[in-house]
Design a protein around this ligand. Sequence first.
Ligand code: CU
Length: 153
Amino acid sequence: MFRRTLLAAVPALFALPAIAHDYTAGDLRIFHPWTRAAGANGNGGGFMRLTNGGAQPDRLISAASPIARVVELHTHLREGDVMRMRPVNDIPIPAGQTVELRPGGVHVMLIGLNAPLQQGTRVPVTLRFERAGEVTVELAVEAAGARAPGHHH
Ligand SMILES: [Cu+2]
């Protein structure tokens, strides 16, 4: 009876990581980090949803990755008719709120890719938060030009 229960449980355990793609760091939840396919030496964006379930504000203060020579935090600002990216010192995550890192908004910028970002793979990025500390997440690589993550929760 024990043996049968164990065997039945195994497929469910292996299925979990593919379905749930989110992370916890202190009071923060990080939902579905993703990026877009890009060539080596190009640049990439890191996108995700950050929810602060705590009573204290937090901030994303830096990010790092072995896949890029430089990693910055960026926002988009309108200059006349053109949207331009600008580095920012941090991305605030107010207490009890959700911040979306997305194309056209605030994002993690991967500058000078060491290797191509291939659709269907995942690449690591370490996020450093003022309160929650460091957490390494994997960006799911979606199609080039994707406006939103393509897979379902
Ligand atoms: Cu950027």
